[in-house]
Design a protein around this ligand. Structure first.
Ligand SMILES: [Fe+2]
Length: 422
């Protein structure tokens, strides 16, 4: 089922692109099946968005960047949806404030589903029309829209998890499949020699602009842990007073720990001497052998310092991940939670996004694309850190070794974990 998505360069058949588009668009709707209409309205934090907004914004992306410019005589489904569902594209026009996305009880969920059907039908018309001189650009934008929608599938699930964790009823999004393994995984170190390594997208298949240009860098010899840090190891850090020792923390991190009164990862609670956590399958005990997740960069960095190690750079991560077989616990596994490492599995891909110590910056020679789509990635290249590898709610066909995710150091609501370096 995890056939790679086509890129515009190999979409000799537009039917193939259309098939990928349908597959990804259908999955977004199916991810909302366990949700009530009320679940879809609420925005539980400034950084999250309501499910309804994700459904509409991904649709606006196709309407705005494909149907309006390339389908003759196309008329917008609703004259104000461009204002409501543009996320951050200043060059497209004004948009509704991000912090007020949860106030939109209208349009209704049904209206937004009708918006999706309307745009999907017109996308078929666009892709089944005789090829025009714009065929290359249309193919590239449809491919981008598909990968954009996959990013929002992950956000939809992390935002619902945050919302449900705010609810004392502790709702279950979906019952969990039982885990494959619960043995405490051994820890080895993968040593890579000093030398020149190549980084970034190698030209095969789709990649975002921020993964380019491919370039070379010199790395000193380094070692990476063979698996992410487990809950058991993180509990040791907590028990050793990790959250109370200022010398372990970056200055901004120590301020955040004290302001927010952090004493454990997001979603963890102490009950009768045991750690419990909220998951997409409801409230349950913290399983010691699973990778720790929902930690900020500050916590990842403090843990690494306590352990006498450090976090990897994104380049060390990519050099090591390139030697590993892709595959792992992604959205399609249905587990929706990180799993304990199984014999020899390195978990570079899937389970948890891994914080790196690298600032999210442009690669040498990077230029954002011309026009509004140049706002997709480039303008966020300040004050954020790179995470690598994808998580248990990332679609399997979305990830690759060169993929750069980025968040602010205090963010915790994504499935963020820790891999140590030395
Ligand atoms: Fe978006």
């Amino acid at each position: 089922m995890n056939r790679p998505l086509r890129s515009h360069s190999d979409a000799s058949s537009r039917n193939g692109l259309l098939e990928d588009l349908h597959r990804v668009r259908d999955l977004t709707v199916r991810l909302c099946d366990p949700l009530s209409a009320e679940d879809c309205v609420v925005q539980s934090a400034p950084e999250t968005s309501p499910a309804k907004w994700h459904l509409a914004h991904t649709t606006w992306f196709f309407e705005n960047f494909l149907l309006l410019p390339y389908l003759p005589k196309y008329r917008p489904f609703h004259p104000r949806f461009g204002f409501l569902f543009n996320s951050y594209y200043e060059s497209v026009g004004e948009f509704h404030p991000r912090l007020q996305r949860g106030l939109l009880s209208r349009p209704s969920l049904e209206e937004i589903k009708a918006y999706r059907v309307h745009v999907d039908q017109h996308m078929v018309m666009l892709l089944e029309a005789p090829e025009s001189a714009n065929a290359g650009e249309v193919g590239a934008r449809v491919t981008l829209g598909i990968h954009h929608e996959q990013q929002h599938q992950e956000l939809l699930l992390t935002d619902i998890k945050h919302l449900f964790a705010c609810n004392p009823l502790r709702p279950t999004y979906r019952e969990a499949k039982s885990p494959d393994s619960r043995t405490n995984p051994s820890l080895d170190w993968l040593r890579l020699p000093a030398g020149m390594y190549a980084f970034g997208h190698d030209g095969d298949g789709f990649a975002f602009d921020n993964e380019m240009p491919r370039h070379r860098r010199y790395l000193d010899e380094f070692s990476l842990a063979s698996r992410p840090v487990t809950n058991a190891e993180y509990i040791d850090f907590i028990a050793a007073g990790g959250y109370r020792q200022p010398t372990l923390w970056l200055s901004d991190g120590w301020r955040k720990v004290n302001e927010a009164r952090w004493t454990a990862p997001l979603y963890w609670e102490r009950q009768n001497g045991e750690w419990w956590q909220m998951t997409l399958a409801g409230y349950r005990r913290v399983e010691p052998s699973e990778p720790v997740c929902h930690v900020s960069y500050y916590e990842a960095d403090a843990f690494a310092r306590w352990a006498g190690k450090r976090l990897p750079t994104e380049f060390e991560w990519e050099a090591a991940a390139g030697t590993q077989t892709p595959g792992g616990n992604f959205l399609e596994s249905g587990r929706l939670h990180p799993q304990s490492a199984r014999g020899g599995a390195s978990q570079f891909f899937g389970d948890v996004w891994e914080w790196t110590q690298s600032a999210y910056s442009p690669y040498p020679g990077y230029r954002p694309p011309a026009g509004a789509l140049g706002e997709y990635n480039g303008k966020f290249m300040v004050s954020q850190l790179v995470l690598r590898g994808g998580s248990c709610v990332t679609p399997a066909t979305h990830i690759r070794a060169s993929y750069r995710n980025f968040f602010y150091p205090q963010d915790r609501w994504q499935f963020m974990g820790i891999r140590l370096a030395a």
